[in-house]
Write a protein that binds this ligand. Sequence first.
Ligand code: GLN
Length: 384
Amino acid sequence: MHYPNLINSKLPNVGTTIFTVMSKLAADNNAINLSQGFPDFSCNEELVALVNKYMKAGNNQYAPMAGIIGLREMLAQKTEELYGAKYDPESEITITAGGTQAIYTAISAIIREDDEVIIFEPAYDCYQPAIEMNGGKTIYMQLQAPDYTIDWEKVKRVINHHTKMIIINTPHNPTGSVMSVADMIMLEKIIKGTDIVIISDEVYEHIIFDKQQHQSVARFPILAERSFIISSFGKTYHTTGWKMGYCLAPKNLMTEFRKVHQFLVFSCNTPIQYALMEFLKEKNHYLELGNFYQQKRDYFINLIKGSKFGFIPAAGTYFQLLNYKKLSSEKDTDFAIRLTKEFGLAAIPISVFYHEQEDNHVLRFCFAKKEETLEKAAEILNKI
Ligand code: GLN
C-alpha cells in the first residue's frame, strides 16, 4: 500500500508499551512471564458466578454514565470506613474502564497547553503520553534509590505558576515503595496556596505489607479536596482483564472528569458492576489481600535469597525489584531480553520508566503467581 504523508504524530516518541513487548517476547520464547503485572491464578469463582447471575437476569444494557448507584454507594462506604473520607456516590464517584482510563480522563479534563505536570521517575508509563496528548509539559523528578523516596525540597523548587498537577502513586509501580504520613504532610505544605490538582494513583491500595497502613490522600482533607483518587478492581480481585476501576474526587473536579468520561467511554460493563457491588459486601476479600500477597513476596524472595541478585523487599504492589549488578554490566533492556531468550524468564527493565533511560541494572518481577510459577522462576534466577 502507498502511504501518503498525512499526519505529524502527536506522540512521536511513543512506541508499544513495555508490558506488551515483554509479554509477547515471553510468549514467543515460551518463557515464564513475570513481566506484565497480572495474576496467573484465577479470580474467585463466586465473583464469576455473580457476573453470570446478573447477565442472566438481563442486566446487559448501558449502565448509567457514572456507574450503577449501588456500586458507587458500596465504594463510598468502603472509602469512609478505611480512610475516614466522605464521597457522595451521586456526584463524587465514577466507575471507569480501569485505572489507565481514569488517569487519562482526569489529565484530559484538567491539563491545557503549557500546563506543567510533575511526575516521579521511575514513572508508570501511562502518565507522560496523556500529559503530552493534552499539550501539557511533563516535569520529571527522580525518586531516590535504593528505597525510591521523594525529595520534597526539590519538588518545592520546581513549582511555579505553570504547575497545574502533581501525580503521585502509592504503593508505587514499578518500585514497590510506599508513601508515608510524613510524605503526605510535605505534599500538603507544598500545594498550600496553589491551584495544583493531584492525581493519586492508588490502584495497589490493598497490596501493602509488613503491617504498614496505606496512606490514601483521602485521609488528608487538604489533599483530598484537590485530588482525583484512582483505584482498580483488577488489582484487588485478580481480574485485570475485566478492565474495571473507579475514580473518587470532590464534586467540582468530578463534574469536569465526567464531561470527558461520557465521551471517551460513556459507561462501563453493566453486569460486572452489579457483581462487584455484591462482592464488595465481603470485606475480607480486600482486607486480606495484603497478607495474601505478602506471603507470595516472602515465598519468592526466600527462594532467591542465595542467588546473585540483590534486592530490598517490596513494601507494596505485586512487584519485586531485583538488581543484577554482581552479574553483568549489560544495559537492563539487553539483560531483560537475554533473560527471556536464553534463560526463559521475562521481567521488565526499569530504565523504560525514565525519560532519559536511567539504567541502575534493575529488573521488575511480578510475583502475583502460583507457587509453582515462582519456584520455576527462582530456579532460573538461582542458576544465573
Ligand atoms: N499495570 C500493569 C503492569 O504494571 C500493566 C498494564 C498494562 O499492560 N497496560 O505490569
